[in-house]
Ligand binder design. Structure first.
Ligand code: ACM
Length: 267
């Protein structure tokens, strides 16, 4: 058995209160955790007015970049707890700002994913991701990173699973109601675990009120919901998962990947 204690942390960020948001989110990470996932843009809040405002709170988060207060706090927490942390943040790379997820291991090494499928007004703020769907080794597992609206494109989870991901880490700021159910299907059709860390609360900075749906969850490769948060409370959803439970064979004659027929898939 390869058991990992994982957590999806659900928070209620206040826009612009980086140190308060960091404190509350990091305090929710349970002791003994191997892997914890925090929401998209968890430390800044979501609704940037424009790219210049996002750039002001963005950090050089990619490996080798200078980082900033968010990267420093995550790195210190990973070192102190021994947990690998995955979290969403605005990432600056020269003059470009991405909506990214960083993965930080306890030894301080880190990786980056840049959100490929931008949602609604995000298109006016961020540059779409250009790194594909990367899979990284951490805490004895193969970790795939995707962010929020990537859920509605089955290609995102599929690309990660085909690249060997065992756990999909999914920082989110969900607004549409369908993702918690859809991630059950993403897990079943790829036979992977998933941890979706969403936020709660509301923002209305750009004249558009956004209500975030909560319901952070951890789902098994067979689609069992191992834990799911409510819509209104900050909380940590936890599960002890067994990587050996991942079985790509569906029946004696059917393999979830071996039975794919790419030659028959036509546009
Ligand atoms: C979203 O992708 N934050 C809805």
């Amino acid at each position: 058995m390869s058991i990992l204690n994982i957590a999806a942390i659900q928070t209620s960020p206040v826009f612009g209160d980086v140190s308060g948001n960091l404190d509350r989110a990091l305090d929710l990470i349970p002791g003994g955790c191997d892997l914890a996932v925090l929401p998209e843009l968890f430390a800044t809040g979501y609704q940037f007015r424009d790219t210049a405002e996002a750039a002001g709170m963005a950090e050089e988060a990619a490996p080798g970049g200078a980082g900033g207060p968010i990267i420093a706090a995550l790195t210190a927490k990973a070192a102190a707890t021994g947990a690998t942390l995955v979290a969403g943040l605005a990432e600056k790379s020269e003059a470009v700002v991405y909506n990214s997820a960083v993965m930080i291991r306890p030894d301080g090494s880190r990786e980056i994913y840049r959100k490929v499928h931008l949602f609604d007004r995000e298109k006016e703020v961020f540059r779409p991701g250009d790194l594909g769907f990367p899979v990284f080794e951490a805490c004895g597992a193969k970790i795939g990173l995707m962010i929020c609206f990537d859920w509605i494109f089955p290609e995102a989870a599929r690309s990660l699973a085909l690249a060997g991901a065992q756990i999909l880490c999914h920082p989110s700021n969900l607004l549409l109601p369908w993702c918690p159910a859809a991630m059950v299907t993403r897990c079943q059709e790829n036979r992977v675990f998933a941890a979706t860390a969403n936020r709660i609360g509301s923002e209305g900075r750009t004249g558009q009120r956004l209500d975030f749906i909560g319901m952070s969850e951890i789902v098994s490769p067979l689609g069992d919901v191992l834990g799911r948060a409510g819509r209104e409370e900050e909380s940590a959803v936890t599960a002890a998962i067994d990587l050996d439970a991942i079985e790509k064979q569906v029946t004696a004659r059917n393999h979830i990947f071996g039975d794919r027929r790419p030659d028959q898939y036509r546009l």
